[in-house]
Design a protein around this ligand. Structure first.
Ligand SMILES: [Fe+2]
Length: 337
């Protein structure tokens, strides 16, 4: 009996460890995530040859190219999630390779012939509450994959307000990326690149999609769901979608940084614009996680001090006074940011 308990504990530990190591949360140098099953494991839905080429050639190449793209750059310090979050600034090589690595890791993680939809699991309840039924969700995923022109992905993801949603993305993009119109953390990935299905299904993407939506590892998706809800990345994405803050940041950055190098022209020309952006930030929508009395007080201070700075500029105050006030404003901004 005691031995049985140990075996059960070992199996549970192995399963949990297995799931957690599949989703890559590493830094440079990145490594190819372990494939959690044999190349034959998903037959007849996905044939062994497709699996082998897909994993050992396509996915492996994304990891290799990611390391080459990141090597020797400031991005060596970024986690994979951060590389995705800032995809708009990292350049196409990092964007495509980081996406390719993350997306394929999630894809392997969310496929199985033996883990059917469980209506009583956390994600099962959320799917039914959001989409009505598992079949309705499968139809949405199939449609998202079928209507994605060219290469890309279909996703079930957790939005910044912790709801479930379906979308698709082109190339190797995903909803974590700042370049994506839909934002959140993906918990189920469906690869709709031809390399995922062409050997068996040729041009019939619809047949592949009909089969793959019934080959989902719902135990893994359930874990991805609860992990996503607790992941601080969700709050980072939420902050990233705060338009008012981003627009204020843009003017702040373009005026404060030159002032640090002794160039006061940008702030003397744009102090009125900075005040206007502060007022927009105050009157605009604040994301739920940031809608606190403390943040609102900081934004009120930002508006007040931006007004004082603007008056100093209008009255042609000296450089030292302007620099000091702009520095104070920058401090208040960073207490919010
Ligand atoms: Fe792929």
């Amino acid at each position: 009996m005691k031995n049985l308990r140990y075996i059960a504990l070992f199996t549970i530990t192995l399963l949990l460890t297995g799931f957690s190591t599949l989703l890559p949360a590493q830094n440079y140098p990145f490594e190819l995530s372990r494939l959690p099953y044999a190349y034959t494991a998903l037959e007849p839905v996905i044939d062994a040859q497709t699996m082998e080429i897909h994993y050992s050639k396509h996915h492996a190449t994304y990891v290799k190219n990611l390391n080459l793209a990141v090597k020797g750059t400031e991005y060596e310090k970024y986690t994979l999630e951060e590389l995705l979050l800032y995809a708009g600034e990292t350049g196409d090589a990092v964007r495509n390779s980081a996406g390719g690595h993350y997306n394929h890791s999630l894809y392997w993680n969310t496929l199985s012939l033996n883990n059917p939809f469980d209506a009583l699991s956390d994600v099962g309840k959320a799917v039914i509450a959001t989409f009505g039924s598992a079949d309705s969700l499968k139809k949405l995923l199939t449609k998202a994959g079928a209507t994605r022109f060219g290469s890309g992905w279909a996703w079930l993801y957790v939005t910044t307000d912790k709801k479930l949603a379906v979308c698709s993305s082109p190339n190797q993009d995903n909803p974590i990326m700042d370049v994506s119109p839909e934002r959140g953390i993906p918990i189920l990935a469906i690869d709709v690149w031809e390399h995922a299905y062409y050997l068996k299904y040729q041009n019939k993407r619809g047949d592949y999609l009909s089969a793959i939506v019934n080959t989902i590892n719902w135990a893994a998706v359930n874990k991805n769901y609860t992990d996503a809800l607790a992941n601080p990345l969700l709050k980072d994405i939420e902050k990233d979608t705060w338009t008012g803050l981003n627009e204020f940041h843009e003017v702040m950055s373009q005026t404060f940084h030159p002032s640090q190098d002794g160039d006061l022209n940008p702030i003397r020309e744009r102090s009125g614009e900075l005040l206007a952006r502060a007022k927009d930030l105050q009157s605009g929508k604040i994301p739920a996680s940031f809608n606190t009395a403390e943040i609102k007080n900081s934004i009120a201070s930002l508006v007040k001090e931006a007004g004082v700075l603007n008056q100093l500029v209008i009255k042609k105050a000296d450089d030292k006074t302007i620099t000091k006030k702009l520095g104070e404003l920058h401090e208040i901004f960073h207490s919010i940011k």
